[in-house]
Design a protein around this ligand. Structure first.
Ligand code: AMP
Ligand code: MN
Ligand code: ZN
Length: 894
């Protein structure tokens, strides 16, 4: 492909794509190609076949080494390699990038080249982005506007995630606005943030607009408040015991509280017919209210309940919090704009559910995927009857689907998203940021009208396309928030994305650092990116510094928590260095289905026991003999062990451990004839009583091998598994129940009964809302005491009405006959972490930080496609922090 060709086509491709006109009369756009389509087709084909060809090359390792022993192959590789390099450097030169790819030094050359390519990709994609923007009419050349009183954007919060790069040619349109010394809003929260490694359970405890009442779990304050945080045992363990004791039915704990209502949502005719777009009011003539008190919020809710639609958006902060914080909610009606301080009203926002779940009121969002999760996570808010203008834009096949673009397209408003990544915790909010936030919803109802009209027009007046947008929107509102869960495998996912081949020691370091970072981030309520950015974690793992100072040297600048815990980190690195040194291709093996076979570690030994096998204890292997495939590190594969392979291949390694803590010996028929030593070992083994055995339904206790590194983690591991099993069990039970329910659907009688109950339950809950309202009214009267009262009220989460609710909501529950004795022992060895993903996890991931970030990158702008390594770009750098967070959403284009 000639570089000039691609460049030209990109440009004209953009113009054509955006001008929405088909000027066919254009002569050849570039030599050999009549139009953009044919060029793109050709280009895609070329890329595809190149990808295929490269995948077809001999794999690194044995295969490649074998082929390389043929001089012809070697020659061919060299010449093709040179050709490729030449081609690449030409393209780079064409784009004005550095391009000395001809460094012949194979070792240093490769890394340098890789960096070069990453840099060049950055530059090229950046340029493509700018061109796209220009074609869109979005002017990116302006300097970022800073709120008065703020520093020019030198402080980039993500600086740790940035790779120091010499090229200053990049324009930076997005800036992370960062105010120093912001007090942590978390400190003011009435309800502590729950960063525990347990799945999220909905916060909702009162359900307006219900056709199916809220399960007793949510309405019973007592059950909820007795949850593990109060008990002096590991949270998950407490939870487990608690569940056992209470025989509490928790099947609904993880369901979407409005699933039923959303499933039965019917579309009124008016929403499928063509609207006459109602022009927005000019911003200058529109009243703006800043809502930061309960009474204002109640009044707003009252107002919203009378409308037939309103627009909503949220602003979010994720760097200085583990799960993230919703900082702001913007609401626009046809008449007014509202900005709600959601940090201040965090515990009260649930009252908006009255309007948000009213099926007769349309809630218009743009790109609501993450908003749905944030609403649930922080406020227990749900949306029934959502319209997502992002989905509409997609269905309309508009040039771009960002809010900027819709604003430009429908309202001819030039907006910029420069504050998108500002630190929205700042209070008082600078005026510029208020204006920015307001723009996000002010025009949205008009856009909602326009896109609906267009969706009908473009479909010859047929409602199909519009209906599909409503359906997509509904799917989004059905999204459930999933907490990032730490599993033994989480680190592998992240490691795989780093595209670095680690040896066993490095991989161990990576694993230990990953666990350390996760734990500390939860504890300190910081993002993992704040605790220790991934690229630093990689660096430390690669270097395995011998001195604490070396760890510091791997980080620039040094994250405060790294500095503070440097000795602890150093111990972890030391521990990793004690691993037998093998060429760890674990990740590769896993994907190839070659499961690692046997652990070389002796189970009994503790972390400080240096008598464990070390590098020097291993028989000397020549390079070819290194038993890569036998590399055995990971407990999670133990059960997949192939005994045949084991007996034949581990011979050169170590004898399998005979004594394991809390672990039962594998029952192998062949081993019936135990030696005396083995018998002894068995007896010793049996004398290790698991102190938690009494809580276990099954005798088959499986303990992570990680536990041996950190004695305290044993309890953690066990409790985690218990938690898991209970959830899995609940899920299977839930499944079974669902089936049973379906069959018993003829009980229409029962349904109507339920509806009555719901009504009744809601009526009572209304009283609850009323009390909030009354209170709000009261609080206006006795001004000074206002805040205090609110605090105490919210702190107890309205205890009085909830008792009533509990009673009324318990009744329908009873009709479902809770399976009192349905508890079955569970085989822990089979426990599957994937249950955490919830019911509708189509991609069977648990906490999968990288896939998410990957998706995000893919789905966003071309800029987003940059490689992780080239984190020298603002959105990238923000991302890498974010990607570690386990957020599953793919950012929609905004
Ligand atoms: P928006 O819907 O565009 O107002 O964005 C809402 C929130 O999502 C912002 O406050 C940011 O916290 C976050 N956000 C939006 N876009 C991005 C992005 N490109 N990268 C990371 N976070 C983003
Ligand atoms: Mn948004
Ligand atoms: Zn916004």
């Amino acid at each position: 492909m000639k570089p000039s060709k691609s460049e030209d086509s990109t440009r004209s491709g953009l113009q054509e794509g955006n001008s929405d006109t088909n000027d066919e009369d254009k002569s050849e756009l570039c030599p050999g190609f009549k139009d953009v389509d044919s060029f793109v087709k050709y280009g895609l084909g070329a890329v595809l076949s190149a990808t295929k060809a490269s995948a077809g090359l001999p794999q690194p390792g044995d295969e490649y080494d074998f082929y390389r022993s043929f001089p012809g192959f070697q020659e061919f590789c060299e010449s093709q390699g040179d050709r490729l390099l030449h081609c690449m450097s030409q393209i780079m030169q064409h784009h004005g990038c550095r391009s000395h790819t001809r460094d012949r030094n194979k070792l240093t050359g490769l890394e340098e080249r890789f960096d070069l390519i990453v840099d060049s990709n950055d530059v090229i994609l950046e340029r493509a982005g700018i061109l796209l923007d220009e074609a869109d009419g979005v002017n990116r050349s302006q300097q970022p506007v800073m709120p008065a009183g703020f520093q020019p954007p030198k402080i980039v919060v993500s600086s740790w995630n940035r790779k120091g790069s010499g090229s200053s040619s990049r324009s930076e349109t997005f800036r992370l606005l960062h105010a120093k010394n912001i007090t942590r809003p978390q400190l003011k929260f009435k309800e502590k943030v729950d960063n525990s490694n347990t799945p999220f359970t909905p916060k909702i405890f009162i359900k307006p607009n219900a056709t199916k009442p809220l399960p007793s779990y949510f309405t019973n304050k007592q059950i909820r408040s007795e949850r593990p945080e109060d008990l002096d045992v590991p949270a998950a363990l407490a939870d487990f015991i608690h569940q056992q004791r209470m025989q509490e039915l928790v099947e609904d704990m993880f369901a979407h509280p409005y699933q039923y209502e959303l499933d039965h949502l019917s579309m009124p005719e008016r929403l499928l017919s063509k609207p006459e777009p109602q022009m927005y009011k000019p911003v200058a003539e529109t009243k703006l209210s800043f809502i930061d008190s309960l009474e204002d919020l109640v009044a707003l809710n009252e107002k919203l309940c009378k409308l037939s639609e309103f627009a909503v958006d949220l602003e979010h902060h994720s760097y200085r919090s583990f799960l993230g914080l919703t900082c702001l909610m913007q609401i626009s009606t046809r008449e007014e704009d509202f900005i709600i301080d959601t940090l201040e009203l965090r515990s009260e926002l649930y009252i908006l559910n009255e309007a948000f779940t009213d099926p007769n009121i349309v809630k218009v969002f743009h790109g609501a995927d993450s908003d749905m999760e944030w609403l649930q996570r922080d406020f227990g808010l749900y949306v029934v009857n959502l319209f997502d203008t992002h989905q509409a834009s997609r269905a309309l096949n508009l040039a771009r689907h960002s809010l900027d673009h819709l604003l430009k397209h429908f309202c001819n408003v030039d907006s910029d998203k420069r504050y998108q990544l500002a630190d929205w915790r700042i209070r008082p909010l600078p005026d510029e940021m208020v204006q920015y936030a307001r723009t996000d919803t002010h025009y949205l109802l008009y856009i909602y009208d326009c896109v609906r009209a267009q969706l009908l027009d473009s479909n010859h007046g047929q409602p199909g396309l519009l209906q599909s947008v409503w359906n997509k929107s509904k799917d989004i509102s059905l999204k459930k928030y999933l907490k990032p869960i730490f599993t033994e495998e989480s680190y592998l996912e992240l490691q795989r994305k780093q595209k670095k081949s680690f040896n066993t020691q490095q991989l161990t370091a990576f694993r230990l650092l990953f666990a350390w970072r996760d734990k500390l981030a939860r504890q300190e309520d910081e993002s993992t990116g704040f605790v220790l950015p991934t690229h630093m974690m990689c660096k430390i793992s690669e270097e395995l510094p011998k001195e604490p100072q070396g760890i510091i040297a791997c980080c620039n600048p040094v994250p405060p928590l790294v500095r503070q815990h440097v000795n602890e980190l150093h111990l972890l690195v030391q521990q990793a260095r004690e691993m037998p040194l093998l060429k760890a291709e674990i990740a590769a093996q896993k994907t190839k289905g070659l499961t690692p076979i046997k652990k070389p570690e002796v189970m009994l030994f503790g972390p400080h026991d240096t008598s464990r096998v070390s590098e020097s204890d291993l028989p000397p292997f020549s390079a070819e003999e290194v038993p890569v495939k036998q590399g055995v590190l990971f407990s999670e594969d133990e059960h997949k062990m192939d005994t045949d392979v084991q007996t034949t291949t581990t011979s050169g390694l170590l004898a399998p451990a005979k004594i394991t803590l809390f672990q039962e010996l594998e029952k192998k028929d062949a081993e019936e004839s135990d030696s005396v030593a083995h018998m002894k070992a068995k007896r010793i083994n049996e004398s290790f009583e698991n102190p938690f055995r009494m809580y276990l339904p099954s005798s088959d206790v499986h303990i992570s091998k990680n536990a041996k590194f950190d004695p305290s983690s044993k309890i953690f591991e066990i409790s985690k598994r218990w938690k898991l099993q209970s959830i899995e069990q609940q899920q299977t039970e839930l499944e079974a129940k669902k089936k049973a329910k379906q069959e018993a659907k003829e009980q229409a009688k029962k349904e109507s009964e339920e509806r009555n109950k719901a009504k009744q339950s809601y009526q009572e809950s209304l009283q609850n809302v009323a009390t909030v309202r009354q209170q709000a009214a009261e609080s206006t009267k006795d001004g000074g005491k206002k805040r205090e009262r609110v605090v105490s009220e919210a702190g107890e989460l309205t205890p009085k009405p909830s008792k009533k609710l509990m009673k009324s909501a318990e009744k329908p529950q009873k009709t479902e006959a809770p399976p009192q004795d349905s508890f079955k022992p569970f085989d822990y060895s089979q426990s599957d972490f994937k249950v955490f993903t919830g019911a509708n996890s189509r991609d069977n991931t648990q906490f999968d930080p990288n896939r998410q970030s990957h998706d995000f990158k893919k789905k966003r702008t071309p800029r987003g496609q940059k490689n992780n390594v080239g984190a020298g770009n603002r959105s990238m750098s923000y991302l890498s922090g974010k990607s570690e967070r386990g957020f599953r959403h793919n950012w929609p284009k905004r």
